[in-house]
Design a protein around this ligand. Structure first.
Ligand code: MV4
Length: 669
């Protein structure tokens, strides 16, 4: 076995590989970009070295920098993970040339599978079914048109250098073919620097079923069953599972053997995945082969009881694959849900910030592969996947049950996540019935709008935590019983105001005897007249509330003037009323001296513009009010003077640093 392996990746997959190395007694060498200096993979590795600035092109895709670290630090092998350099044939070849083992297939296998038409030909030659079509490599419209008529409509135009849905177009109407072809060629050229396209019959609402294969260097190739990955959003997988409800044991064996032949067709070595489309009559078609470890590999690990990364290391080190096909049998059912830092209630916009709380679920049949820990920053530089939740159970229903429970207890505060979408899918009747295909998410509009009105129970939790958690309080005085936790003296009372769920609420908290509290929300006692509640802190970010005859648990965090509360899969925000903050952001003229422009202190919306051209103003007068980050900022005059130009009106969206008002001191400049 290797003594030292470099992991040319980041995030959860780097963490996964580092752990496999360490279990194997291999020293794990991480590389990191400037923004990943303190990232989880950097912290967990045995050694870690910088490779460049945040943009992937300059760091995780920087072949020279990575090979330099590998050579200088004596790495015998490099694991590329997925994404980044994992399917880069030049990188695999460069590793070979440097005498470093690339933990993956030979460069030539990557190259062949990288061409979708070459891959299709190789598969066909070994008797693997492919989608009927035309891949003759012409660029002549007349030839394409004749072939399109032969194939029939609807059909697909795909980029030869594509994959993963890029540069792909469906055509239903023959009259639109020529235009679609030209557009696809342009797209392919722009995306891949190669305008070659090919045609396929369109498979209507297919399932995406992929087979895991393992091959050693001595020609022994096996498959480890399938993963169904039909639930995708814009070619980004969301949920994967194994086994697929659509495969009988016979079909599994047949498709598995086809997958093995496809791998053998290109001399495949190491772990790989053969993708198929499966139509509604159980006909299957080879689509492409992914020549890397995949994101969803834990699903296979769960049902097959194998450690795929361990096998990758062993195969790369030249060991023989000890697994035999007849030993491979699925056991139970596994489902993976990808946790993305994106907000389904806000157009799936990527969400960045600090993960103030990151509390993955635990328990039997629950595995979480995470790339971040509590306190880590999520930046916009890389893939937004934070973690993968993998659940398993004796059967699909048990796995779905675990998935639902695990999702509702997966606490994340500080960055928005797609957990509400995942929970909606898990609760969906079609999903539960196994009626999944690649258009599942298009047909199911889960209309996620974010939390609605905040329940009283959650308001109670927020107010009690606010009182108990020792943050700066609104009440003043030398002694504040509220920062003393349960020792709050009887009779002390506090008034707290928040904006939450689109409404303003006022909460009165009065400490009762022996740690219980009387709570009024907007004047009405909670949960009912004459009752008391009890709350206890469990660590910094957790609160248990005894109210309404039961105990409930919350994760909480402060972010600026906000309190964030996680309650069973839903995140509520409580904003404290803020005094207007005063900003004087000025830009000086070329000659220096007096300020000549008042600029927006940050990006936001202009709420008020109090002056017009020619107006005079006093020193410290508020000339405009900017709303940003849910706060109002007064833009004040740095001196007494006159407005020479007002460049914006109320309602304008302005960038930070943009000039709002040009001014000159009293008496001219
Ligand atoms: C297709 C297809 C229907 N018919 N090819 C999308 C990604 C790329 N790997 C191939 N893709 C498709 N190829 C034919 N002839 C439908 C898709 C497709 C799809 C495939 C797998 C998973 C999700 C998908 C979502 C939309 C379309």
């Amino acid at each position: 076995m290797f003594e030292r392996v470099l992991i040319a990746n980041r995030g959860e997959i780097a963490v996964r590989i580092i752990r496999a190395c360490q279990e194997f007694g291999v020293r794990a060498i991480a590389v990191y970009s400037d923004v990943d200096r303190d990232a989880l993979h950097t912290r967990l590795a045995d050694e870690a070295y910088p490779i460049g600035p945040a943009p992937a092109r300059e760091s995780y895709l920087n072949i020279e920098a990575i090979l330099r670290v590998a050579r200088e630090r004596g790495a015998q092998a490099i694991h590329p993970g997925y994404g980044f350099l994992s399917e880069n044939a030049e990188f695999a070849a460069a590793c070979d040339a440097a005498g470093i083992v690339f933990i993956g297939p030979p460069a030539e296998a990557i190259r062949t599978m990288g061409s979708k038409t070459a891959a299709k030909r190789a598969a066909e030659e070994r008797g693997v079914p492919t989608v009927p079509g035309y891949a003759g490599g012409t660029s002549d419209l007349r030839v394409f048109q004749r072939e399109a008529e032969r194939i029939g409509f609807p059909l697909m135009i795909k980029a030869a250098a594509g994959g993963g849905g890029k540069g792909m177009r469906a055509v239903t109407d023959p009259a639109e073919f020529a235009e679609a072809l030209a557009a696809a060629q342009r797209e392919a050229l722009a995306a891949f620097g190669d305008d070659a396209v090919f045609l396929e019959k369109l498979i209507v609402r297919p399932r995406h079923v992929e087979f895991q294969v393992l091959a050693d260097r001595y020609g022994h190739t096996i498959h480890l069953g399938e993963r169904e990955c039909s639930i995708q959003r814009r070619h980004q997988k969301v949920i994967e599972e194994s086994p697929s409800v659509a495969l009988s044991p016979e079909l599994r064996a047949e498709m598995g053997e086809a997958a093995v032949r496809a791998a053998q067709a290109v001399g495949y070595v190491n772990a790989g995945t053969v993708e198929f489309l499966l139509d509604s009559s159980s006909a299957y078609y080879f689509l492409e082969m992914n020549t890397r470890l995949q994101v969803e590999h834990p699903v296979t690990e769960s049902v097959m009881g194998v450690d795929l990364v361990r096998h990758q290391l062993a195969i790369a080190a030249g060991e023989r694959l000890a697994l035999r096909q007849e030993d491979i049998r699925p056991r139970g059912h596994a489902i993976e849900a990808r946790i993305y830092a994106e907000d389904p209630a806000n157009g799936y916009l990527p969400s960045t910030g600090r993960a103030l709380v990151f509390a993955p679920p635990e328990g039997p049949g629950v595995r979480v592969d995470a790339g971040v820990a509590a306190g880590d920053d999520v930046t916009m530089h890389y893939d937004p996947m934070l973690a993968k939740l993998i659940v398993s159970g004796e059967d699909r229903a048990a796995a779905i049950d675990r998935l639902q429970r695990a999702l509702t207890s997966f606490g994340v505060l500080g960055v928005a996540t797609n957990i509400p979408l995942l929970a909606a899918i898990a609760a969906d009747a079609d999903f539960q019935a196994g009626k999944t295909d690649t258009s599942f998410l298009e047909r199911h509009d889960f209309a996620l709008t974010g939390p609605g009105e905040t329940p009283a129970r959650v308001i109670a939790a927020a107010a009690l935590w606010d009182s108990l958690s020792g943050a700066p309080t609104q009440s003043t005085g030398p002694y504040n019983p509220w920062t003393r936790g349960e020792s709050a003296s009887t009779g002390a009372e506090r008034r707290l105001r928040y904006r939450t769920g689109g409404q303003d609420v006022t909460v009165m908290v009065r400490a009762d005897q022996a740690g219980s509290r009387r709570l009024h929300i907007d004047g009405a006692q909670y949960p009912e007249e004459g009752s008391t509640v009890r709350a206890s802190l469990a660590g910094e970010a957790e609160l248990a509330l005894d109210a309404e005859g039961k105990r409930s648990h919350y994760f909480l965090a402060r972010r600026g003037h906000e309190i964030l509360v996680f309650d069973q899969g839903t995140v509520y925000t409580f904003a404290k009323p803020q005094p207007l903050s005063v900003e004087t952001a000025v830009r000086h003229g070329e000659s220096g001296g007096e300020a000549q422009a008042l600029v927006a202190p940050m990006s936001g919306t202009l709420i008020k513009m109090n002056v017009r051209e020619g107006d005079s103003f006093e020193e410290r007068q508020t000339l405009a009010v900017l709303g940003a980050m849910k706060m109002e900022h007064a833009v004040v005059a740095p001196y007494a003077g006159k407005v020479t130009r007002a460049l914006h009106v109320a309602g304008d969206v302005v960038q930070g640093g943009e000039t709002l008002i040009e001014i000159e001191p009293e008496g001219g400049s």
